[in-house]
Structures are given as structure tokens and as C-alpha cells.
Ligand binder design. Structure first.
Ligand code: SF4
Length: 328
């Protein structure tokens, strides 16, 4: 499969007055054409900063990309001037955000917001852009698209607003779609409708998808390959089948245990109360990451050497990489 987006050794940090936070730390990843690549991990592990770095939307300062390359169809986006980057963002690479209400302009009709992208990137006149907008809203499953295009974002429910965001993202037939927790703010039934819609539209426009979520259950049915991030580092990289059948990193194993299973009864030490599994402890303080493996303070298999140095990311099976001393 052809490589469409390749990230090499990317480090993004935030330089604050008294301290420095490495949000993305020497990350490598490859997105192939028409592939869905999942990026998984807890809140604060660097998923969103990674996507903002790709889109060129990082607030700078305090954000700064200190090393690495973001290769889109072989060209390093980090060498592009802002004007050139604006011709890529939204047209070649488009993003669907977690909370559509903060991403849509509350003062503009939804249809106008989509038409604007078409006029800017597709050289359409107002009439052509409006007709295409109706078509896009319709394909995103919005009933009465012609009338609803005249309405403002506050007149839409959360699920319908996310459909508008998806229509806007696919307006220019982007080669890469980045969806950052697109269903987190929605209830479960709407979640599955939005995921099905995203998948069918991605296939329709032959796009590749970078799908970011903390929800491993959603990932299972959606991604082709998964990268697990922790403290800004890639901890495991495998096909969805390998990752779920044979998770190698203790952090991945913990994430998978957190998926609630229907009918499974679990009880705490007192024998009565039903509980869900959780990974003990919290992400380390990003101002003071441990010298060794960042997962060491929470890891049930930690050994002495885990405190000494960060383990390397090793290829342990065909197309299955893991960063853990247990698999050297
Ligand atoms: Fe646990 Fe050590 Fe592996 Fe880190 S390197 S995940 S601390 S066993």
C-alpha cells in the first residue's frame, strides 16, 4: 500500500516559563492510502497534540516542534510557509474535532461555513458551492438538507452538529482525514451512527483516516492498525487483530482490561460491589517524566532496569512493535 502520511521522529513540546513539557516524544508513524490508523491512549498522552502538529494548528508559542518530519505524499509539511500550509489544511488534510459546537462558527449559517471552504479551495462560485453544500449535508445524513443549511449551529443537536462537521471535513475530498475523539461528546447510539457514517464516507472519497480515541472498544471495530501512545511515546504498534489477540505492552493490556464486557461480574476485595477495571495510578507529571520507562510507576511487571533508561521500540513480530524490556 502507498504511504500517504509519514511522521518521523517527531517531538513537540511546550516551553512554559518555569518548565518544559514534551507532549509528543520522537514519534514515528505511517498512514497508508485508504487505511484507518487508530491512535489510542488516555487523556494527556499526546494524541491531540500530535494531530494539531500535523495540521499546523499548534499554538506557537508556547508549542514548538523541535525535531522530526511530517511527510505528506513525500513532502515535509514542516518546511511549508503558513500560506502554503493553508492550501493543504482543509483541502488535502482535514480534521473532525471532538466538540463541534466549539469548532463551528455560531454566527454563521451551517451551509455558509461549508460553502466557504468550497469557494476557497475548489474555485466554485457561490451558487455551485451552495448546491454542493446541500449534497454534502444530504450525504452526511441530515434530513431536509436544503432547509437545514439555512440554520445556525445552535439549532442542531450534538449528533447533527457532528454530521455537519463531517460534511465540512469531506467537502474538498481530502486525502487524509483526522478525527480527534469525534464521538466522545455523543451518546452511545448516536456514536455508532456517526462511526458508520465516517467509515462509509471515507470509503466513498478513498481517503485515509487517522482516528484518535481513548476508547479501545470503538477502536476494535474501526481501525486497521493501532498505535498506543503513553507520555507522548509510542508504546505499541500493531494490526488491530494482533493488538487485541496478543497485546504485548503492559499498558495496552491494562487498556484492554478496561473494556467492560456484557454479563461479566467483577467484585472488589469486600466481595460485593461490582466494579470496572482501571489501571492503577495516573499519568506521570509531564514536567518530571521518569528517567526510565514512563509506565514504570504503574507497571505490575516493573524490574530494576526499567528505572534506568527508556526501553527502545523493538520489532518483535511481523509488523508488531513494542517498547518494553519484557520483550527484548
Ligand atoms: Fe513495565 Fe518495565 Fe516494560 Fe516499562 S519496560 S512496561 S516498566 S516491564
Amino acid at each position: 500500500m502507498k504511504k500517504i502520511l509519514e511522521i518521523k521522529n517527531l517531538t513537540t513540546q511546550f516551553e512554559m516559563e518555569d518548565y518544559l513539557i514534551k507532549a509528543v516524544d520522537e514519534v514515528d508513524l505511517t498512514l497508508h492510502s485508504e487505511e484507518t490508523l487508530g491512535i489510542a491512549g488516555e487523556s494527556g498522552c499526546g494524541k491531540s497534540v500530535l494531530s494539531l502538529s500535523i495540521m499546523g494548528l499548534l499554538p506557537m508559542p508556547p508549542g514548538k516542534i523541535t525535531q522530526g518530519e511530517i511527510l505528506y505524499q513525500g513532502e515535509n509539511l514542516l518546511t511549508y510557509k503558513p500560506e502554503r500550509m493553508r492550501t493543504i489544511g482543509g483541502k488535502e488534510i482535514a480534521m473532525i474535532f471532538q466538540e463541534p459546537m466549539t469548532s463551528l462558527n455560531p454566527l454563521l449559517k451551517t451551509g455558509e461555513q461549508i460553502a466557504e471552504a468550497l469557494i476557497q479551495h475548489k474555485d466554485m462560485d457561490k451558487h455551485q458551492a451552495w448546491e454542493k453544500t446541500i449534497e454534502l449535508l444530504d450525504s452526511a445524513g441530515i434530513p431536509g438538507a436544503r432547509e437545514r443549511a439555512q440554520e445556525y449551529p445552535f439549532q442542531f443537536s450534538g449528533g447533527m452538529r457532528q454530521r455537519v462537521m463531517i460534511a465540512m471535513a469531506i467537502a474538498c475530498d481530502p486525502r487524509v482525514l483526522i478525527a480527534d475523539e469525534p464521538t466522545t461528546a455523543l451518546d452511545v447510539t448516536i456514536q455508532s451512527q456517526i462511526l458508520r457514517l465516517l467509515d462509509s464516507l471515507k470509503q466513498k472519497i478513498n481517503s485515509s483516516l487517522l482516528f484518535i480515541t481513548h476508547d479501545m472498544a470503538v477502536m476494535a471495530g474501526f481501525a486497521d492498525r493501532i498505535i498506543v501512545l503513553y507520555a507522548g511515546k509510542v508504546m505499541e504498534n500493531a494490526s488491530v487483530t494482533d493488538l487485541f489477540k496478543n497485546p504485548l505492552h503492559p499498558y495496552t493490556q491494562g487498556l484492554l482490561k478496561c473494556i467492560p464486557l456484557l454479563g461479566e461480574n467483577k467484585y472488589n476485595d469486600r466481595g460485593k460491589i461490582r466494579y470496572l477495571h482501571s489501571i492503577k495510578g495516573n499519568l506521570p507529571d509531564p514536567r518530571h517524566f521518569p528517567k526510565g520507562c514512563p509506565f514504570e510507576p504503574r507497571c505490575p511487571f516493573a524490574m530494576g532496569r526499567c528505572q534506568e533508561a527508556v526501553p527502545p521500540l523493538l520489532l518483535v513480530e511481523k509488523a508488531h512493535e513494542v517498547r518494553c524490556y519484557l520483550h527484548e
